[in-house]
Design a protein around this ligand. Structure first.
Ligand code: AMP
Ligand code: ZN
Ligand code: FE
Ligand code: FE
Length: 281
């Protein structure tokens, strides 16, 4: 059966509450899911309970914002089978939450400077207690008619190159990998295409250096990847002895991504589970 190991709830920048994921997974025909909210574990308990009630296997996950070390491209580290009570992981989450609280007012200030009438309170309202991300800011910009769509808001204002783009301080990938391991989990490089490497050589070098730091896997299947890219990532994973994972990066109605697309086979999860068990032994 099909699985989906990358999705976001209202605990970060998705629009579906974590307690709805069991039902959503059944409706999408999935046998297992992982919730991977940005820099938070707040949704895991509710999502896990809903999956249990719906008969869907649940993998506790997270997506950590790490430093790319370059102005362009994102390096996001997925964690799977993590213990949400891990103090070490908790410390890393605190650092990342602080980084968001520093950056978000900077974005608002920059928006005000270019004549956009928006307040931090409006953004916090939009987030409703969640880990605040740029999609929340984008949603306010759309609501107040400063942008036609979330995409448009990123392009014109808050994406890389936009008038109000402000970098968020991330943690070093090594810190993310170590914290995920300390939490009994596995570390997987999310959507390698978003690294925006210059060429295949650069991509291999980057993944090779992450493998040296203890990276466990690569997210080969993702809604942003073309079939040719999936093939390439599978080849690289084999070369560096990395596990393969996949997921949609579903965000609810804030993005046009469908849950369960692309299709990921449940054998992927079997290999991941075995590796996680080997790690904690
Ligand atoms: P943040 O972690 O607050 O910097 O926000 C990252 C989130 O913004 C991720 O969910 C991204 O998928 C989303 N995002 C980044 N760039 C874009 C874009 N150009 N259009 C739509 N969403 C984007
Ligand atoms: Zn997101
Ligand atoms: Fe991501
Ligand atoms: Fe994501």
């Amino acid at each position: 059966m099909a699985i989906d190991l990358h999705m976001h709830s209202t605990a970060s920048d998705g629009t579906d509450p974590p307690q709805s994921f069991g039902e959503l997974a059944v409706a999408a025909g999935l046998s297992a899911i992982a919730l991977t909210d940005h820099d938070t574990i707040a949704g895991l308990g509710a999502a896990q309970a809903s999956c249990k009630a719906a008969g869907v296997e649940f993998v506790p996950g997270i997506e950590l914002s790490t430093e790319r070390g370059r102005p362009r491209g994102a390096l996001h580290m997925l964690g799977y089978f993590i213990d949400p009570t891990s103090p070490r992981l908790g410390e890393v989450i605190d650092v990342l939450t602080e980084a968001r609280s520093t950056r978000n007012p900077q974005i608002i200030e920059a928006l005000n400077e270019v004549g956009v009438d928006i307040t931090l309170e409006e953004v916090l309202d939009e987030a409703g207690g969640a880990t605040v991300g740029r999609p929340h800011i984008a949603a306010v910009l759309v609501r107040k008619a400063y942008a036609k769509s979330i995409q448009d808001a990123f392009k014109r204002y808050i994406g890389v190159g936009g008038a109000a783009y402000r970098r968020k301080q991330g943690i070093h990938p090594a810190v993310a990998i170590d914290a995920l391991h300390a939490a009994g989990g596995l570390a997987v490089l999310a959507h390698p295409v978003q690294l925006r490497c210059e060429d295949d050589e650069d991509l291999e070098r980057t993944i090779g250096s992450l493998a040296k730091l203890g990276l466990d896997g690569l997210e080969a299947w993702h809604s942003d990847h073309t079939p040719a890219q999936v093939k390439k990532y599978c080849r690289i994973a084999e070369r560096y002895d990395l596990l393969l994972t996949g997921g949609s990066d579903y965000h609810g109605r804030r993005k046009s991504i469908q849950m369960g697309k692309p299709i990921v086979d449940d054998q992927v999860l079997a290999a991941l589970r075995e590796a996680a068990q080997r790690r904690v032994q």
